[in-house]
Design a protein around this ligand. Structure first.
Ligand SMILES: [Zn+2]
Length: 244
């Protein structure tokens, strides 16, 4: 294949733009923040499940406290009523029975009040645990929101960069002979190195030092002959720096 040396050199610029386009595409589709954002989403799910457990425990202890409070109220009511009846009682036997019941109710109330105090302490602890968990979730959420915003900004920047690169590439590609461009694209599509500069006897596509016999062959080729790197198969672009 024949192509002007100038066209061949332009392939190097196109290859550079293609590499930058790939980087921009990666930055657009896989922003650096992505991994942490996914981690945070998982973390938030765990934290919400833990919050549900803690809120359930708080409800339970509140319900227990409610039952004890109503027991205290009932026992107190009954003791007050016994007290009233005792005050108006004229029957010594009945008075004795009332006194006994008042004593027993007072002991019960005192025990219930101890339990009530303990439960109030546990309600406070459970409330603190729920609040602390909510604070953790808020923190996870705000870190996630900040990272998502940063990712959106960098993705938009990468998209704009990709568009600029595409415009530059189109301008360069328009100046290259179609058959040479097609050859470059064919080699590129194979996934390997499509074009490399020969500098000081080294192919910059694969970084290999070319053998003397290969260099002799390349030296013989006319400047408008398209030559390939014997090591990596890239189109080998020759300049004054090629060491030929
Ligand atoms: Zn090579």
């Amino acid at each position: 294949m024949k192509a002007s040396p100038e066209n061949q050199r332009t392939l190097l610029e196109i290859a550079d733009l293609d590499r930058r386009a790939e980087q921009a595409e990666r930055a657009r589709t896989q922003p650096a923040e992505g991994v942490r954002i996914t981690e945070l989403a998982g973390l938030r799910k765990q934290q919400l499940a833990e919050l549900t457990t803690l809120a359930g425990a708080l409800d339970d202890v509140r319900a227990q406290l409610g039952r004890v409070e109503s027991d205290v109220a009932l026992a107190t009511q009954r003791r007050d009523r016994d007290g009233d009846r005792l005050a108006s009682s004229t029957d010594p036997k009945q008075a004795q029975a009332l006194e006994n019941e008042i004593d027993s109710l007072s002991r019960r109330i005192s025990m219930l009040e101890d339990t009530q105090l303990e439960l109030m302490g546990r309600v406070e602890e459970a409330e603190a645990a729920v609040a602390a968990q909510q604070a953790l979730i808020d923190q996870t959420q705000s870190e996630g929101a900040a990272l998502t915003a940063a990712a959106k900004t960098s993705m938009a920047a990468a998209e704009a960069e990709g568009e600029r690169i595409a415009r530059d590439r189109a301008a360069l590609a328009g100046a290259v002979a179609p058959d040479l461009l097609a050859e470059y694209e064919r080699r590129s599509a194979r996934g390997g190195i499509a074009v490399g500069l020969l500098r000081g006897g080294v192919c910059e596509g694969c970084r290999m030092v070319l053998a003397g016999t290969d260099l002799t062959e390349i030296r013989k080729a006319a400047p408008d002959e398209v030559v390939s790197c014997p090591e990596c198969g890239a189109i080998l672009v020759r300049t004054e720096e090629s060491g030929l």
